[in-house]
Design a protein around this ligand. Structure first.
Ligand code: AHM
Ligand code: MG
Length: 330
């Protein structure tokens, strides 16, 4: 990425997302505006999904759809709806050559003239939809490797996390937030529903170096590796708070603000870990590193893993730098 694209533009709290994106683009004289438009498309689709989530109980659109997604998990109506909303926005925008999504087995080709590819989990934490718990959208954006104008290939979508040009998440929580990075720090925007705008509320976010929150599904404790068990023992001895929503974006966001660690290790049920490298881990790894934190798979940096499969799973340790270093021994 060119240096100017990475320059930090300080804009005041209260700036709306469109203006923020535009101002950042102006700092990069050769920008075509494609990436800016892509971010706006995602933010817009997020508003539509947010509206649907808010109506979930009323509109009778929650619950099992009857199908299963590619990982064999039950698909919820809102997963399907969110996937459609984001795909449609990306298709109309025209900046994206190909998409990989948690909800689609194969890569989806969009506009061969688009310069970017995207990996997305349109609605993560879907088992929480029916019980009114926070859920999220997670996305990673890459420049395509193949020539614009041709059909994109696996080479475009299977890039390591260190090639991301932007990444972000939308948290549908007690308020809705759009948090993203283009490699020049992390900024968070809170959705103001009466204006229909995301407003800059969390400037240049930094995760505390350490914290006292650990987030892990302790129900699988017996099958964790000895090092992970040892770390959890230490957390317990130190009287840390166990906080586990079971919704990755929500757990991550809390730890980003307060300091803490999220761990999804290898388990007997999920020997490779449960979370997906391409549209869950890489994105949050990019954000956490930009905020001063760390993300590993217990063996090395998440963003340096060279992917081999679209739906690849990895163990995931993410959060405050010191905690991740202690937990993953890295
Ligand atoms: P999903 O992509 O099917 O929604 O699964 C991912 C979710 C994460 O949001 C969450 O952190 C994790 O699965 C919880 O898994 P578990 O119930 O095994 O603790
Ligand atoms: Mg998911």
């Amino acid at each position: 990425m060119a240096a100017a694209e990475n320059s930090r533009i300080a804009l005041p709290v209260g700036t709306n997302l469109d203006r923020f994106i535009m101002k950042n683009q102006e700092a990069f004289p050769y920008a075509t505006g494609e990436l800016s438009q892509l971010l706006r498309d995602l933010a817009y689709a997020g508003k539509v999904v947010n509206r649907e989530i808010n109506m979930a109980g009323l509109a009778d659109i929650t619950g099992a759809y009857g199908g299963q997604n590619v990982q064999g998990e039950e698909q919820q109506n809102l997963d399907v709806a969110a996937n459609i909303r984001f795909s449609r926005a990306l298709q109309k925008g025209g900046e994206v050559a190909a998409v990989i999504s948690e909800e689609e087995e194969e890569m989806i080709h969009l506009n061969r003239n688009g310069g970017y590819v995207i990996a997305i989990d349109p609605l993560d934490g879907s088992s929480n939809i029916d019980v009114n718990v926070s859920i999220g959208t997670i996305f990673s954006i890459y420049r395509r490797k193949t020539e614009v104008g041709t059909e994109s290939t696996m080479e475009d979508v299977l890039q390591p996390g260190n090639a991301q040009v932007a990444a972000g998440y939308i948290l549908y929580g007690s308020s809705t937030m759009f948090v993203y990075t283009t490699g020049a720090g992390v900024n968070g925007f809170t959705y103001e529903p009466s204006l229909g705008e995301y407003i800059l509320s969390h400037q240049d976010m930094k995760i505390p170096e350490t914290g006292s929150i650990y987030s892990v599904n302790e129900g699988s404790y017996h099958s964790f590796q000895p090092e992970v068990k040892e770390y959890i023992e230490k957390c317990r001895e130190r009287g840390y708070s166990a906080r586990y929503i079971g919704s990755l974006v929500a757990d991550f966001h809390r730890n980003l603000l307060k300091g803490g660690i999220y761990i999804y290790p290898a388990t007997a049920k999920a020997p490779e870990g449960k979370l997906r490298l391409m549209y869950e881990c890489n994105c949050l790894a990019f954000i956490v590193e930009q905020a001063g934190g760390k993300a590993t798979d217990g063996k090395g940096r998440i963003m340096d893993i060279v992917p081999t499969e679209l739906h690849q799973r990895v163990p995931f340790f993410v959060g405050s730098k010191e905690m991740v270093e202690e937990a993953s021994g890295l």
